[in-house]
Design a protein around this ligand. Structure first.
Ligand code: ACM
Ligand code: ZN
Length: 533
């Protein structure tokens, strides 16, 4: 009996290894069954889309295919062709699930539009990995059944400390899509630059999008500026283009308009909504600044509501991120109008005033049918009634919010800040902000805090990797910091914890890098030489 059990276990292990060897998909799918036989994929294959609703997904897939193999597949509603990639728009139990079947005759893919997009991403990775040197693509017969573990699979990008063009943002979205990440948190306003054109307030971009220089080297109060003007912004047409690009890839954009702090660029353009009246200039250095939006003036709320009105009419997603982090109370303490506001509303301190501020903004955003999400400081002074919380100062804020039955996105500095160093040997690395978030820590991170009850756990929507760009001056450096940690995070959020295995991930990464090479991505290569790096 025991011998039979051992035999069965060995066969099972061998099958698993075989399945592993036959695909190197990241994130690891829930179930892969390898069958006998192969399918030779040639350019005469036709994508069949009876629904005729999948052209965005097919175009995105074909753009990838063209880069990888030099041709695209034709699409037809019906096809008498024998060789087909048949897309069947038919939702499965999970809204993002898909079933991909490859056999010796052809390919079928079933799911919702999102599921089909994710299935095409798995197929794309298989195609790259099974293309030989003479460009012959021989796919093993297999069936993949797959769905994500978490609903918020996010990456953030700060385009304020350094500006990234519309094309670069779209390339960043390509990386999210490739790894089945579905949320892009676009950090659009900061002390160092305002990046979104607002028609009602043109000075936000005329004045607030350009700073006179950037500090050189590691942060210090005496670091000199390079005196090179740095700026850029997105027109509303640019924003619409990026939203459409994201939408075709099933990525929802969460725009962030920071308040009440990190507002120097806005105040440079409209100093009248500060406590002191200014004047100000967009910051050339990093950190936290005392000058913030005045919470006592009605004009501040009129301004922010008008800005949010335009933001809401551009971005179709449920969430608007309103920041809320790192707002010093220095100016509010000394401001008659802020103090009067506190008196009028029986607010006991400036934390209560921040809560008043966020709750008032929430009411406005809710009145437009949207929800706010903010950094975990929005818990201070009392959480706005319908707010979701992004936990960044560790996991404590997320735990508190989940216990209050508010939705939470986990993004703790360790290990979700990808602006931190990724190897111990920092001296050999490009300058980063500090910290140490290696690949394996990202991979092993469990977004669900152990001390939450089952009921509380349901409020954890997922997690997000953050890319603050103080020390990320260009797209090459952005790729270096984001990849492969984004790949590890994606597996963390998609693959069931029971199937996660870091050695398997590293093995697959060694093949997956050829997918990244097609993008000419400047990913960090430490994982190729030392699994502990
Ligand atoms: C943050 O990193 N200040 C949210
Ligand atoms: Zn004030």
């Amino acid at each position: 009996m025991k011998r039979i059990a051992i035999l069965i276990a060995s066969i099972f292990a061998a099958c698993n290894l075989f399945a592993q060897a036959s695909h190197n998909i990241i994130p690891q799918p829930v179930s892969v069954v390898i069958n006998s036989g192969n399918l030779k994929l040639i350019k005469e294959f036709v994508i069949v889309d009876e629904s005729q609703k999948l052209s965005p997904e097919i175009s995105a897939f074909n753009a990838q295919i063209e880069k990888a193999v030099g041709f695209t597949f034709k699409t037809q509603r019906q096809s008498s062709a024998k060789q087909t990639i048949k897309l069947k728009l038919a939702p499965l139990q999970h809204p993002e699930a898909y079933i991909l079947n490859i056999d010796t005759k052809g390919i079928t893919l079933q799911g919702s539009a999102a599921g089909i997009f994710y299935g095409l991403q798995s197929l794309y990775q298989l195609i790259v990995q099974h293309q030989d040197k003479s460009k012959i693509i021989m796919l093993p017969s297999m069936q993949i059944q797959d769905q994500p573990s978490f609903q918020w699979r996010g990456m953030h990008l700060d385009v304020c400390r350094h500006f990234f063009s519309k094309q670069e943002v779209m390339k960043y979205l390509d990386y999210l899509a490739l790894h089945k990440l579905n949320t892009f948190h676009w950090h659009l306003t900061e002390d160092q630059g305002w990046r979104i054109a607002i028609k009602k307030y043109p000075k936000l971009t005329e004045v607030g999008s350009m700073r006179s220089g950037t500090i050189i080297g590691p942060y210090s109060t005496t670091a000199p500026s390079d005196n090179i003007p740095h700026g850029g912004f997105y027109t509303q047409e640019d924003i619409k283009e990026v939203i459409a690009y994201a939408s075709a890839r099933h990525i929802t954009i969460v725009p962030e308009i920071e308040m009440p702090g990190h507002a120097l660029a806005a105040l440079s353009a409209y100093p009248e909504i500060s406590c002191t009246g200014g004047p100000f200039t967009p910051a050339i250095t990093w950190g936290v600044f005392d000058d913030v939006f005045c919470a006592g003036k009605e004009e501040t709320f009129t301004f922010l509501e008008n800005v949010l009105d335009e933001v809401i009419s551009l971005f179709p997603g449920k969430y608007i991120h309103i920041g809320g982090d790192e707002c010093p109370k220095t100016r509010w303490k000394a401001c008659d109008k802020c103090q009067q506001r506190m008196k009028d509303n029986q607010l006991k301190d400036e934390h209560d005033l921040q809560s008043y501020f966020i709750t008032r903004i929430e009411k406005f955003v809710n009145s437009k049918g949207r929800h706010i999400i903010g950094w975990d400081e929005i818990l201070e002074g009392g959480l706005a009634p319908n707010a979701s919380v992004m936990s960044w100062r560790g996991t404590e804020g997320g735990i508190v919010a989940a216990r209050l039955k508010h939705p939470v996105v986990m993004s703790p500095g360790q290990p979700c800040y990808f602006d931190h160093y990724q190897v111990k040997d920092k001296d050999k690395e490009p300058l980063a902000i500090g910290g140490f978030n290696p690949l394996d820590a990202v991979y092993q991170y469990n977004p669900i805090p152990a001390d939450l009850t089952k009921d509380e756990q349901q409020y954890i929507l997922g997690a997000q990797g953050n890319l603050w760009t103080e020390y990320i001056p260009d797209f090459k450096q952005l790729e270096y910091m984001a990849l492969p940690r984004m790949c590890a995070l994606a597996e963390n959020l998609w693959t069931p914890a029971s199937l996660k295995n870091y050695d398997s991930f590293l093995k697959r990464m060694k093949a997956h890098r050829f997918v990244l090479d097609i993008e000419k991505a400047n990913y960090a290569k430490h994982f190729l030489v030392d699994k502990n790096k």
